[in-house]
Design a protein around this ligand. Structure first.
Ligand code: SF4
Length: 225
């Protein structure tokens, strides 16, 4: 098995609260690093990769608050940790940060070989490098401060497209993006930003009008990570 290493900010077992896998027990692997710079990002502590923020795996795993510290872990170490923690979930969600800054093929290969299914959550601004069986969730970040374009290749690789919305403009931006890149026959989820009532009402209306689906970040309503 490969010994490629990844920069891990956080690793925990919970229930997936978004998109097609809502309700699925999952192990979340949060990778360090993201240059996309979304203004509403709720994981800003994952943006920078500073060499002096590296910590031992046991300290990363014992974190009780969000920090910009990270651990370097190989696929073999990650699998060992899953076993040591007696995690029961067989679905792995690789998130960030922006996980597609990295080639995720060795990671997903190693996990799939051990019977896990993999899902990547990406902004769509980097090439998606992973296995063919990996479920890819693209949450397209359009016109963010970092200046990255959403890639046509990422949209076409997506198994689902999940879009955060707070205003009509966000809905229009998504429609324009799908049209520009000839994206058809994808499961599209609208996700109200920050559980705001206005955003939720807007998302419901747009879902009904376009035959899209609603994703409400169930984990935030039931108070889990
Ligand atoms: S792509 Fe994700 S991690 Fe990066 S800034 Fe945007 S919301 Fe935050």
């Amino acid at each position: 098995m490969t010994d490629t290493v990844y920069k891990i900010n956080e690793l925990f077992e919970t229930i997936q609260g978004e998109g097609a896998f809502t309700g699925q027990p999952s192990i979340f692997l949060r990778l360090q690093g993201c240059p996309v710079a979304c203004s509403w990002c709720d994981t800003k502590h994952t943006w920078d990769i500073e060499d002096d923020k590296i910590i031992p795996v046991k300290d990363m795993f014992a974190k009780t608050s969000e920090t910009d510290e990270w651990s370097s872990m190989s696929v073999v170490q990650i699998l060992r940790l899953f076993k040591a923690q007696a995690f029961q979930a067989k679905h792995i969600v690789i998130t960030g940060g922006e996980p597609c800054m990295y080639d995720l093929t060795p990671l997903c290969n190693g996990l799939e070989e051990q019977g896990y299914s993999c899902q990547i959550e990406t902004s769509g601004t980097f090439e998606v490098l992973t296995t063919k069986d990996c479920w890819v969730t693209v949450s397209p970040k359009i016109g963010m401060r970092g200046g990255y374009e959403v890639l046509r290749s990422a949209l076409h690789r997506a198994n689902e497209i999940k879009h955060p919305v707070a205003t009509e403009q966000h809905v229009d931006d998504l429609k324009a993006l799908l049209e520009q890149h000839d994206v058809e026959n994808k499961a599209i989820y609208l996700q109200p930003i920050s559980q705001k009532q206005r955003a939720t009402e807007l998302a419901i209306k747009a879902c009904i009008e376009n035959n899209w689906r609603l994703s409400v970040q169930v984990h935030k309503y039931i108070g889990i990570e």
